[in-house]
Design a protein around this ligand. Structure first.
Ligand code: HEC
Length: 189
């Protein structure tokens, strides 16, 4: 008789444990429904330097200047003249203008690199070959020290594409034989 009672008690204990587990699971399910955690799309607090959208980190800042041609057609020579004020502490750009800290830049677009008469270039710039093509100028003015490592032109560069291209359009004009504005390249599909 003892034996039977024991197994009866044992069954009751098992049943109690099962019911307890069921209740816990049920409570879990219900509370999930009630509270339904949701990821915020936008951080409630803005943190400096951190994109407020939680989905994707901002694209890594693209490297290098934008291609020149598409921008050049719409460039403003007048605004480029204003941008040139950033250069005027070191450069003149009028015909026959003096070399200052940097060489005179009249007619520099399309001209041979580092060949201004009466100016002493750094050895880095002095070794440059070829002419100042629009693309080279675009790269150089984006970041002089990346394009000509060791240049003594201590200028950080112009990262704003519109500013830089306006400036280039202005520099193209300051010449005896201004280079024509190239047509945007047909997109290759
Ligand atoms: C702090 C003075 C300084 C400023 C500002 C400066 N430059 Fe220069 N630039 C120089 C010097 C110095 C050189 C000669 C570099 C060398 O020899 O390494 C130079 C060289 C150049 C050359 C190459 C000239 C050649 O004969 O091949 C170009 C083009 C040029 N600068 C354009 C500009 C433009 C455009 C700006 C304005 C956005 C500018 N620079 C701002 C000092 C400056």
């Amino acid at each position: 008789m003892n034996q039977r009672l024991d197994s009866f008690e044992f069954n009751k204990i098992i049943a109690a444990i099962l019911i307890a587990l069921l209740i816990v699971k049920a409570a879990d399910l219900i509370s999930d429904r009630l509270i339904e955690p949701k990821m915020l799309k936008v951080n409630a607090y803005k943190i400096a330097g951190v994109s407020p959208t939680a989905e994707k980190p901002p694209e890594v800042a693209k490297k290098g200047p934008a291609p020149l041609e598409p921008l050049l057609a719409a460039a403003s020579v007048q605004q480029g003249e204003t941008v040139f004020k950033k250069c005027a502490s070191c450069h003149t750009i009028d015909k026959g203008g003096a070399n200052r800290i940097g060489p005179n830049l009249y007619g520099i677009v399309g001209a041979p690199k580092a060949k201004r008469v009466g100016y002493t270039y750094s050895s880095a710039m002095g070794k440059s070959e070829g002419t100042w093509t629009l693309d080279d100028l675009n790269d150089y003015l984006y970041s002089p020290r990346d394009f000509v490592p060791g240049t003594k032109m201590s200028f950080a560069g112009i990262k704003d594409d519109k500013e830089r291209v306006d400036l280039i359009a202005y520099m193209m004009k300051e010449s005896d034989s201004p280079m024509p504005i190239p047509k945007p390249k047909e997109p290759t599909k």
